[in-house]
Ligand binder design. Structure first.
Ligand code: DX5
Ligand code: ZN
Length: 216
Protein backbone atom coordinates (compact mmCIF):
# COMPACT_ATOMS: atom_id res chain seq x y z
CA UNK A 1 0.00 0.00 0.00
CA UNK A 2 1.24 3.44 -0.94
CA UNK A 3 -0.02 6.28 1.25
CA UNK A 4 -0.11 9.69 -0.39
CA UNK A 5 -1.20 12.50 1.95
CA UNK A 6 -2.92 15.26 0.00
CA UNK A 7 -1.16 18.57 0.50
CA UNK A 8 -4.50 20.33 -0.03
CA UNK A 9 -5.16 19.75 3.69
CA UNK A 10 -1.61 20.59 4.78
CA UNK A 11 -1.29 23.07 7.62
CA UNK A 12 1.12 25.48 5.93
CA UNK A 13 2.06 27.50 9.04
CA UNK A 14 3.29 24.19 10.51
CA UNK A 15 5.53 23.39 7.51
CA UNK A 16 8.76 23.07 9.53
CA UNK A 17 7.15 20.81 12.09
CA UNK A 18 5.05 18.63 9.79
CA UNK A 19 7.39 18.16 6.85
CA UNK A 20 9.75 15.81 8.78
CA UNK A 21 6.72 13.73 9.85
CA UNK A 22 5.62 13.37 6.24
CA UNK A 23 9.16 12.51 5.16
CA UNK A 24 9.29 9.79 7.77
CA UNK A 25 5.82 8.27 7.51
CA UNK A 26 4.34 8.96 4.07
CA UNK A 27 5.24 7.21 0.80
CA UNK A 28 4.22 9.89 -1.70
CA UNK A 29 2.86 13.43 -1.50
CA UNK A 30 -0.27 14.16 -3.53
CA UNK A 31 -0.40 17.64 -4.95
CA UNK A 32 -3.76 18.95 -6.24
CA UNK A 33 -3.47 21.64 -8.87
CA UNK A 34 -6.76 23.47 -9.53
CA UNK A 35 -7.29 26.31 -11.99
CA UNK A 36 -10.74 27.62 -11.05
CA UNK A 37 -12.10 26.43 -14.45
CA UNK A 38 -11.91 22.66 -14.62
CA UNK A 39 -12.99 22.67 -10.96
CA UNK A 40 -14.53 25.54 -9.00
CA UNK A 41 -11.52 26.08 -6.74
CA UNK A 42 -7.96 27.38 -6.87
CA UNK A 43 -5.03 25.72 -5.17
CA UNK A 44 -1.28 25.87 -5.73
CA UNK A 45 1.16 26.83 -8.40
CA UNK A 46 4.70 25.70 -9.25
CA UNK A 47 6.46 27.78 -6.56
CA UNK A 48 4.74 25.74 -3.85
CA UNK A 49 5.67 22.45 -5.53
CA UNK A 50 9.25 23.67 -5.71
CA UNK A 51 9.25 24.42 -1.98
CA UNK A 52 8.15 20.84 -1.27
CA UNK A 53 10.75 19.51 -3.72
CA UNK A 54 13.46 21.34 -1.79
CA UNK A 55 12.33 19.67 1.43
CA UNK A 56 11.56 16.09 0.43
CA UNK A 57 12.71 13.18 -1.65
CA UNK A 58 9.24 11.60 -1.58
CA UNK A 59 7.53 10.97 -4.92
CA UNK A 60 5.59 14.14 -5.82
CA UNK A 61 2.31 12.99 -7.35
CA UNK A 62 0.81 15.95 -9.19
CA UNK A 63 -2.93 15.75 -9.93
CA UNK A 64 -3.83 18.34 -12.56
CA UNK A 65 -7.43 19.51 -12.30
CA UNK A 66 -6.95 22.14 -14.99
CA UNK A 67 -8.29 22.84 -18.47
CA UNK A 68 -4.83 23.00 -20.04
CA UNK A 69 -2.82 20.05 -18.69
CA UNK A 70 -0.39 20.24 -21.63
CA UNK A 71 0.84 23.67 -20.64
CA UNK A 72 0.98 22.86 -16.93
CA UNK A 73 2.90 19.62 -17.48
CA UNK A 74 5.95 21.61 -18.51
CA UNK A 75 5.52 24.07 -15.63
CA UNK A 76 5.28 21.35 -12.96
CA UNK A 77 7.90 19.10 -14.57
CA UNK A 78 10.40 21.92 -14.24
CA UNK A 79 9.52 22.44 -10.60
CA UNK A 80 9.95 18.96 -9.24
CA UNK A 81 7.01 16.73 -10.20
CA UNK A 82 7.72 12.98 -10.37
CA UNK A 83 4.39 12.03 -11.88
CA UNK A 84 1.60 13.94 -13.59
CA UNK A 85 -2.01 12.81 -13.66
CA UNK A 86 -4.53 14.50 -15.96
CA UNK A 87 -8.27 14.11 -16.42
CA UNK A 88 -9.82 12.15 -19.27
CA UNK A 89 -12.72 14.65 -19.23
CA UNK A 90 -10.47 17.50 -20.41
CA UNK A 91 -10.33 15.80 -23.83
CA UNK A 92 -13.19 13.29 -23.79
CA UNK A 93 -11.39 11.66 -26.68
CA UNK A 94 -8.75 8.95 -26.99
CA UNK A 95 -6.47 10.71 -29.48
CA UNK A 96 -6.30 13.85 -27.33
CA UNK A 97 -5.42 11.73 -24.30
CA UNK A 98 -2.72 9.85 -26.26
CA UNK A 99 -1.02 13.11 -27.20
CA UNK A 100 -1.18 14.23 -23.59
CA UNK A 101 0.39 10.94 -22.44
CA UNK A 102 3.24 11.44 -24.92
CA UNK A 103 3.73 14.98 -23.68
CA UNK A 104 4.12 13.82 -20.06
CA UNK A 105 6.49 11.03 -21.17
CA UNK A 106 8.65 13.56 -23.01
CA UNK A 107 9.58 14.95 -19.56
CA UNK A 108 10.42 11.41 -18.30
CA UNK A 109 7.66 11.54 -15.70
CA UNK A 110 5.25 8.84 -14.60
CA UNK A 111 1.92 9.19 -16.38
CA UNK A 112 -1.47 9.04 -14.70
CA UNK A 113 -5.00 9.41 -16.02
CA UNK A 114 -8.04 10.15 -13.89
CA UNK A 115 -11.80 9.90 -14.16
CA UNK A 116 -14.40 11.88 -12.24
CA UNK A 117 -17.22 10.05 -10.46
CA UNK A 118 -19.63 10.48 -13.39
CA UNK A 119 -17.30 9.00 -16.02
CA UNK A 120 -17.46 5.33 -16.97
CA UNK A 121 -14.01 3.84 -16.26
CA UNK A 122 -14.19 1.51 -19.27
CA UNK A 123 -13.70 4.51 -21.61
CA UNK A 124 -10.03 4.31 -20.55
CA UNK A 125 -9.56 0.83 -22.02
CA UNK A 126 -7.60 1.91 -25.15
CA UNK A 127 -5.21 3.94 -22.95
CA UNK A 128 -4.48 1.50 -20.15
CA UNK A 129 -1.42 -0.07 -21.76
CA UNK A 130 0.17 3.40 -22.02
CA UNK A 131 -0.17 4.69 -18.45
CA UNK A 132 1.60 4.04 -15.12
CA UNK A 133 -1.34 4.97 -12.93
CA UNK A 134 -5.12 5.30 -13.00
CA UNK A 135 -6.70 7.65 -10.48
CA UNK A 136 -10.30 7.04 -9.50
CA UNK A 137 -11.95 10.11 -8.03
CA UNK A 138 -14.21 9.02 -5.20
CA UNK A 139 -15.58 12.55 -4.69
CA UNK A 140 -16.38 15.33 -7.17
CA UNK A 141 -12.95 16.97 -7.62
CA UNK A 142 -12.43 20.45 -6.21
CA UNK A 143 -12.51 20.25 -2.43
CA UNK A 144 -11.15 18.18 0.43
CA UNK A 145 -13.31 16.83 3.23
CA UNK A 146 -16.17 15.38 1.14
CA UNK A 147 -17.84 12.01 1.70
CA UNK A 148 -16.51 8.92 -0.13
CA UNK A 149 -18.70 7.71 -3.01
CA UNK A 150 -19.05 3.90 -2.73
CA UNK A 151 -19.67 3.56 -6.51
CA UNK A 152 -15.91 3.98 -6.93
CA UNK A 153 -15.30 0.47 -5.58
CA UNK A 154 -16.64 -1.19 -8.74
CA UNK A 155 -14.40 0.96 -10.92
CA UNK A 156 -11.37 -0.19 -8.91
CA UNK A 157 -12.45 -3.83 -9.21
CA UNK A 158 -12.80 -3.47 -12.97
CA UNK A 159 -9.33 -1.89 -13.27
CA UNK A 160 -7.79 -4.60 -11.11
CA UNK A 161 -9.39 -7.41 -13.12
CA UNK A 162 -8.46 -5.75 -16.40
CA UNK A 163 -4.78 -5.45 -15.50
CA UNK A 164 -4.63 -9.08 -14.36
CA UNK A 165 -6.34 -10.34 -17.51
CA UNK A 166 -4.10 -8.26 -19.77
CA UNK A 167 -0.75 -8.52 -18.01
CA UNK A 168 -0.57 -4.78 -17.29
CA UNK A 169 0.94 -3.23 -14.20
CA UNK A 170 -0.46 0.27 -13.83
CA UNK A 171 -1.10 1.37 -10.26
CA UNK A 172 -4.65 2.07 -9.12
CA UNK A 173 -5.05 5.17 -6.96
CA UNK A 174 -8.14 6.48 -5.18
CA UNK A 175 -8.72 10.06 -4.09
CA UNK A 176 -11.51 11.53 -1.98
CA UNK A 177 -13.08 10.71 1.35
CA UNK A 178 -10.47 8.09 2.33
CA UNK A 179 -10.26 7.28 6.04
CA UNK A 180 -9.79 4.19 8.22
CA UNK A 181 -13.35 3.07 7.42
CA UNK A 182 -13.62 3.72 3.69
CA UNK A 183 -10.11 2.41 2.96
CA UNK A 184 -11.18 -1.21 3.65
CA UNK A 185 -13.43 -1.56 0.61
CA UNK A 186 -11.00 0.05 -1.84
CA UNK A 187 -8.05 -2.03 -0.63
CA UNK A 188 -10.12 -5.16 -0.96
CA UNK A 189 -11.05 -4.10 -4.50
CA UNK A 190 -7.37 -3.88 -5.46
CA UNK A 191 -6.30 -0.29 -4.93
CA UNK A 192 -2.54 0.41 -4.56
CA UNK A 193 -2.37 4.11 -3.69
CA UNK A 194 -4.52 5.79 -1.05
CA UNK A 195 -4.72 9.58 -1.26
CA UNK A 196 -5.94 11.06 2.00
CA UNK A 197 -6.16 14.72 2.86
CA UNK A 198 -8.38 15.66 5.78
CA UNK A 199 -7.96 12.25 7.44
CA UNK A 200 -4.15 12.45 7.58
CA UNK A 201 -3.84 16.08 8.64
CA UNK A 202 -6.57 16.17 11.30
CA UNK A 203 -4.89 15.29 14.60
CA UNK A 204 -1.63 13.35 14.58
CA UNK A 205 -0.11 12.67 11.17
CA UNK A 206 1.97 9.73 12.36
CA UNK A 207 -0.93 8.02 14.10
CA UNK A 208 -3.34 8.54 11.19
CA UNK A 209 -0.92 7.12 8.64
CA UNK A 210 -0.23 4.16 10.93
CA UNK A 211 -3.98 3.46 11.19
CA UNK A 212 -4.29 3.34 7.40
CA UNK A 213 -1.30 0.99 7.13
CA UNK A 214 -2.88 -1.46 9.52
CA UNK A 215 -5.93 -1.99 7.32
CA UNK A 216 -6.27 -5.22 5.32
C1 DX5 B 1 -10.16 16.67 -4.35
C2 DX5 B 1 -8.70 16.35 -4.31
C3 DX5 B 1 -8.26 15.47 -3.21
C4 DX5 B 1 -8.50 15.96 -1.82
C5 DX5 B 1 -8.91 14.77 -1.01
O1 DX5 B 1 -10.42 17.36 -5.52
O2 DX5 B 1 -8.30 15.76 -5.53
O3 DX5 B 1 -6.88 15.08 -3.34
O4 DX5 B 1 -7.40 16.59 -1.22
O5 DX5 B 1 -9.27 15.21 0.24
P1 DX5 B 1 -9.96 14.30 1.33
O6 DX5 B 1 -9.03 13.18 1.61
O7 DX5 B 1 -10.15 15.24 2.46
O8 DX5 B 1 -11.26 13.84 0.73
ZN1 ZN C 1 -6.24 14.81 -5.90
Amino acid sequence: MIIAPSVLSFDFPLFEEEMPLLNKHADWLHFDVMDGHFVPNLSFGPAILKAFRQNTSLFLDVHLMVEDPGYFTEVFAKNGADGITFHYEVFNDIEGCKKMIEKIRSYYLKVGISVKPGTDVTVLEPLLKDVDLVLIMSVEPGFGGQAFMPESVDKIKWLDEYRKENGLNYLIEVDGGINDETAHSVLEAGVDVLVAGSYVFKGEIEENIAKLRKIK
